[in-house]
Design a binder for this molecule. Structure first.
Ligand code: SF4
Length: 499
């Protein structure tokens, strides 16, 4: 997915930038980057591979070269090199983006054929999405118009920071899928995806940006350049999994939502267990909520080995992911033997990890192993963020089981039954997954209950990976044949500005 942070200050901003970016390390695994405007007005930048090392240890030794800068942006990126430095008719600027460009081929082809633009940044044979966004910005007369134009052209999602002339343009994704907020302290303003970056740097949260909103940030204020649009589709998975516990999005704290979500699962669960456990780390808060509601003790039958496994995300290669997932979790024999254990996890993606965990727990003498998924079954790969970049439909446990039960791909109507909680087909799918994972019982949170736990109206939340619902029409444009929502095609409602 990735996460960014930017700061404009009347004094040296380098420490705030460094730690502010570092507080996004849970959102990406591959690249870290920082760019600053130095006291002479030039932009300097550094990018490092952080796949095997922490952001702090890579950038710490070179902070001195940034010293004296009053404006900077940085990113933890899930795949591509960022920030980019762009020299164009708009002047010299630096840019970071977070999102997913589903129409990147069309955008690059058009840029090359119609505007004779060339692209310099490639990795693994793919265009750098941030460079493609910059090419769209550069088709317009101002950076502000360029950002608005880029947001209209992109199918998928894109939030960004653009640093130019010692100020930062901050823009939140057109449908607000990723969060962006503003914060202030005397003599400095910050913009961040995670509000968890603010308190230890002494920033006071000011406000969230709205969908498609663009602001220009200096050390004293943020000037609105483009007001927000109405349609909001913020990722509901932020509260389930991605988001840092101390972060708030749209006024809803992640940790609090996870407690509430776990409590809501417990309230409808008649199973009797000895202890409630969270699958570390992302299942823990849901499990605490479950445990408090149920009145059963929260204990740790599995602990995470953290001294050397610092990264929160996993490698792309599945066999490496399985091995690392196993090596990270250590069983606590005393808390397992003879116990009826109930685990909460954030979600069940492939299911392979928990199948192995269940087997190991039963081998160690657990009497029963129950699993509660804090999210509904994942039925559609995410089209809007890069967290499931290499994931096909058949990577998802629910879809594999549905195909197995139906003897192939189901019709949209049948698929709808499978993803609707309480229908006979839904129950059959859950039972089949339970059998495959070797569990005593298995339950998933429902979409309605998750939405209530988050506390925002369903129409403001993206729930696409659970129900295929996409009121923006983006999924339809991409060719998704989901049965859930024909949607109003937002493209036809608002014409993009002509280049
Ligand atoms: S599809 Fe799922 S993961 Fe992707 S933005 Fe929507 S809710 Fe988030």
């Amino acid at each position: 997915m990735g996460g960014f942070f930017g700061v404009v200050s009347n004094g040296d901003c380098v420490d705030d930038l460094f730690y502010g970016v570092d507080y996004h390390s849970h959102l990406g695994t591959v690249r870290g980057g920082m760019a600053v405007t130095n006291p002479y007005g030039s932009i300097i930048r550094s990018i490092h591979d952080i796949s095997n090392e922490m952001f702090r240890s890579k950038f710490g030794p070179e902070l001195e070269m940034f010293r004296g800068a009053k404006c900077g942006i940085g990113i933890i990126s899930d795949m591509d090199d960022q920030p980019l430095l762009i020299a164009s008719h708009l002047g010299m600027y630096s840019i970071v983006t977070v999102g997913k460009l589903n129409n990147i081929e069309e955008l690059t082809r058009q840029a090359i054929e119609e505007h004779h633009i060339h692209f310099a940044e490639h990795s693994n044979g793919e265009h750098n999405p941030t460079e493609v966004v910059a090419s769209l910005i550069n088709t317009q007369k101002t950076i502000e118009d360029g950002i608005a134009y880029a947001m209209h052209r992109i199918k998928g999602s894109c939030s960004m920071l653009v640093m130019a002339d010692g100020k930062i343009y901050a823009a939140r994704d057109r449908y607000g899928r990723t969060p962006v907020s503003l914060a202030k302290k005397p003599g400095a303003m910050a913009v961040s995806m995670e509000t968890s970056a603010y308190p230890n740097l002494d920033y006071e949260f000011v406000r969230d940006l709205g969908p498609a909103e663009i602001v220009l940030v200096d050390a004293e204020s943020a000037t609105q350049l483009k007001p927000p649009e109405e349609t909001m589709q913020i990722c509901s998975f932020l509260w389930v999994y991605f988001g840092y516990p101390s972060s708030d999005y749209e006024g809803r704290n992640t940790e609090t939502v996870r407690y509430e979500n776990g409590a809501r699962i417990a309230a409808r669960d008649g199973v009797e267990v000895d202890s409630v456990c969270g699958v570390p780390d992302s299942g823990v808060a849901h499990a605490i909520g479950y445990s408090n509601k149920k009145g059963r003790p929260y204990l740790r039958a599995l602990v995470k080995y953290t001294p050397t496994w610092l990264r929160s995300f996993m490698p792309q290669v599945q066999s490496h992911r399985n091995l690392i997932a196993k090596m990270k979790l250590l069983p606590v024999q005393d808390q397992i033997e003879g116990k009826r254990l109930l685990f909460c996890d954030d979600s069940i993606v492939r299911g392979t990890q928990f199948r192995d965990v269940t087997r190991r727990l039963l081998e160690r003498g657990a009497k029963e192993v129950h699993l509660r998924s804090a999210s509904p079954p994942l039925a559609f790969p995410c089209l809007f963020l890069n967290f499931s970049r290499s994931r096909s439909v058949m990577d998802l446990a629910a879809r594999r089981i549905i195909a197995e039960l139906e003897g192939g791909e189901p019709t949209p109507e049948i698929l709808r039954e499978y993803i609707t909680a309480g229908t006979p087909r839904y129950e059959r799918m859950v039972e089949k997954i339970r059998q495959k994972l070797g569990l005593t019982t298995l339950k998933y949170q429902t979409i309605d209950q998750l939405v209530e736990a988050i506390g925002l109206p369903k129409c403001k939340l993206c729930t696409f990976c659970f129900d295929g619902c996409d009121p923006t029409g983006c999924a339809k444009w991409i060719g998704c044949a989901c049965p859930a929502h024909d949607g109003d095609d937002a493209e036809s409602k608002s014409e993009p500005k002509k280049a």
